[in-house]
Write a protein that binds this ligand. Sequence first.
Ligand SMILES: [Zn+2]
Length: 117
Amino acid sequence: MDYLWTPWRYAYVTGAAKTTGCIFCDAPNEGDDEKVRIVHRGQHCYIILNTFPYTPGHVMIVPYDHLDELHKLKPYAAHELVDLSQKMETVLGELYPRVLPETLEKTWKKIGEAFRR
Ligand SMILES: [Zn+2]
């Protein structure tokens, strides 16, 4: 495969709202995890769905600390980031043995439920 073509992301590329803050710092403080699509909160990191995913289950694991370089992440947060990545890999393997088109709302619900099991 030479190119990954995701036309549904065009709206994001051309119409993304300008924001003055940091979306990754703002999202956990929104107060509505479903609205901002946070599927799981850890102690030092959280997992959020990409609003314009390449595939269902396209998530980002984000530290609560606003840092510009990975080596600045405290060891306990780095460990949790890897722990959540491993758990997420397992969850995605169970939920999406193949690519299934679905809404973000359904993905948010499925992944959140899988993390609470
Ligand atoms: Zn930030």
